[in-house]
Write a protein that binds this ligand. Sequence first.
Ligand code: NAG
Ligand code: NAG
Ligand code: NAG
Length: 164
Amino acid sequence: MKGALYFLLTLLTAASTLGQPTSLDANFTSPQGVGIYNPSLSFTPTGTWSLMSAAGSTLYVSGMRGVHPSNDSLVPIGEPRIRQAFQNMADLVSYAGGDLTSCLRLVVYVSDMYRWRPVVNNVTREFWPDPESYCPRTIVEVQRLNDDDICEVEGTFWVGQQET
Ligand SMILES: *[C@@H]1O[C@H](CO)[C@@H](O)[C@H](O)[C@H]1NC(C)=O
Ligand SMILES: *[C@@H]1O[C@H](CO)[C@@H](O)[C@H](O)[C@H]1NC(C)=O
Ligand SMILES: *[C@@H]1O[C@H](CO)[C@@H](O)[C@H](O)[C@H]1NC(C)=O
């Protein structure tokens, strides 16, 4: 009897945290428990999109560009701007209680592969100092990004308990 009660309580606890894997408050939660997040500490989305979503213990961060979170203006072009794009993503993951090394996948879009891919690689080394921890990544050259920008990043992260 006690065992059954404990089991029920565990189930209830698990259910109540579904869709809220993070310490952040969701701006919106769908009927299926997907959370949508636009933390005020980050920059303001430029259109009809949000910065981050969470389904269970998986975080999805998209549209990361080199924008100052303090005033939504673009950081000077080149390495500083690309670093800021990664920093904006890192900050969101951190607000959600995650860490960059629990990255599942990255997609990087650049406007010029020859010019910006080496810079993306350098910036990646700063954020993932341990080469063994590099995240699976796709990098593609695109014809144009919003604001004629040079680089945009999206990332998927695990923020749940350690897999056993
Ligand atoms: C999302 O929620 C945060 C606080 O939880 C709030 O500061 C922010 O303005 C909200 N964003 C939108 C787009 O509603
Ligand atoms: C935006 O904020 C950053 C960081 O504080 C600052 O360096 C930059 O000059 C600001 N840009 C504008 C247009 O105010
Ligand atoms: C990348 O970093 C290395 C080592 O600091 C530097 O020599 C190189 O110029 C950098 N490459 C780019 C494209 O910034």
